[in-house]
Design a binder for this molecule. Structure first.
Ligand code: NAD
Length: 428
């Protein structure tokens, strides 16, 4: 979503340009990959509950589909912008490529605030979005999924509309469906668990035992909670969590040096990921300002809330003890902040590698839906762990052999695979 002067697409393009220079990419391929191959902008008229008609703006961006159907979520947000969607679509291309799944990159959105819309109005937006774009998406062209403020319920309305238009059952059209109606077991946990798969691999390589480490997390939504649970199961100690307080309209950091009780915190967190301050105090938490999560003396930082969260104004708060940053959110670190982090020698597991567990499991969902055969949860999570660890190893091996920063190594692998696909297809 839009955030002051920060433009996610400019960041995504600058990151790409840097890699294009690094691998000496020719001009035509560079032009093809630094912008979306297709994008759709449309209007969604909806009859509201009060009888009036409101027209919402909807988008779908397909950044690149040379390696397979485009894949990416649909966001509902009042401050959504086309540039954020473009950036996210481009990051999806690199994300699918770095974990080597046969999908391209897409992203969609609607400018709306579901918090102020009835269920019926949200359903009409979902169905309207599909009606506008149905002929340009589908199981073999572009497969949507949930994202910020959209969930399984929205996906099912979208699937139902798509199936009504084409007259059949196409569960592989969309992912993030409810389990039992085409969804995959393990999808809810996948992004957070995937984050910890790559973190454990990084700790192994650095010769650090997970049970000797402490971590601080930004965010307490889907990604952060499952990452926190898994990290604690493996023996790690979480000392601080920062999240947004919807009532006060600002963020706070909840700190407990002896270790936060994640299960207990989950009990006092609302559906938007805000922790109840009064009850948190009863659990022994100290409550500090929103940026304090960055300043904790911990070994690991996990930004898992939003983009643009570690920037020039707060990067110097990062404690000297921090050894690893695992980016759970998409684009949490600005280019300037990344430079500082790199100079300080902190080991970074970049967003599109670290949080690729979600799309990897969505791919598993698509495979299960297309074959109409569903796997046990252990099978899904084991396959996920294998895929994430092997992607991490490939990036880390390249980083070591070519003396590259981890983010650059991940980009080199991801971009090179897409370059190979567009060239093999004869597009450039
Ligand atoms: P979510 O909506 O479930 O949770 C977001 C959390 O961030 C909430 O706890 C909220 O309170 C907190 N937050 C928001 N603004 C904040 C701020 N300024 N300071 C501190 N905390 C703040 O979202 P999610 O699904 O957990 O996704 C988090 C990030 O991970 C997003 O960038 C998303 O694009 C990315 N991501 C998610 C998935 C997935 O499978 N859910 C996959 C890949 C990437």
């Amino acid at each position: 979503m839009g955030n002051g002067s920060y433009n996610a697409f400019e960041t995504a393009q600058a990151q790409f340009d840097k890699v294009a220079d690094l691998i000496g990419l020719d001009e035509a391929t560079r032009q093809l990959l630094r912008q979306p191959i297709r994008e759709y902008h449309f209007a969604i008229p909806v009859r509201m509950d009060d009888g009036s008609v409101k027209v919402f703006r909807g988008y779908r961006v397909q950044h690149n589909d040379a390696r397979g159907p485009a894949k990416g979520g649909i966001r509902f947000h009042p401050q959504e912008t086309i540039d954020t969607i473009r950036a996210l679509a481009m990051w999806m291309t690199w994300k699918c490529s770095v974990v080597d799944i046969p999908l391209g990159g897409g992203k969609g959105g609607v400018i709306c605030d579901p918090r102020n819309l009835s269920e019926r109005e949200q359903e009409q937006i979902c169905r309207g979005w599909v009606r506008q774009i149905a002929r340009d998406i589908g199981p073999y062209t572009d497969v949507p999924a949930p994202d910020v403020m959209t969930n399984a319920k929205h996906m099912l309305w979208m699937l139902d509309e798509y199936e009504s238009i084409f007259g059949g059952r196409y569960p592989g059209f969309i992912t993030g469906k409810p389990v039992g109606l085409g969804g995959s077991l393990g999808r809810t946990e996948a992004t957070g668990y995937g984050l910890i798969s790559v973190l454990s691999e990084a700790l192994n390589e650095l010769g650090i035992k997970i049970e000797d480490t402490t971590a601080s997390i930004q965010g307490f939504g889907n990604v952060a909670r499952h990452a926190a649970e898994k990290y604690q199961q493996l023996g790690g100690n979480i000392v601080s969590i920062s999240c947004w307080d919807t009532a006060d309209n600002k963020s706070y950091t909840f700190v407990k040096k002896s270790g936060l009780d994640i299960k207990a915190l989950e009990q006092i967190t609302d559906t938007f990921g805000s922790i109840d301050k009064g009850k948190a105090r009863e659990l022994g938490c100290e409550i500090l300002d929103g940026d304090a999560w960055l300043a904790q003396d911990v070994d690991i930082l996990i930004p898992a809330a939003l983009e643009n969260q570690i920037n020039s104004s707060n990067v110097d708060l990062i404690s000297k003890q921090v050894k690893i940053i695992v980016e759970g959110a998409n684009g949490p670190t600005t280019l300037n902040a990344d430079k500082v982090i790199r100079e300080r020698g902190i080991f970074v597991i970049p967003d599109f590698l670290a949080n690729a567990g979600g799309v990897t499991c969505s791919y598993f969902e698509q495979v299960q839906s297309n074959t109409n055969y569903y796997w046990e949860k252990d099978e899904v999570l084991n396959k996920l762990d294998v895929k994430m660890k092997s992607a991490f190893k490939a990036v880390s091996n390249l980083a070591k052999s070519k003396n590259l920063y981890m983010r650059d190594a991940a980009y080199v692998i991801a971009v090179n695979r897409v370059v190979q696909a567009v060239k093999s297809r004869g597009w450039v």
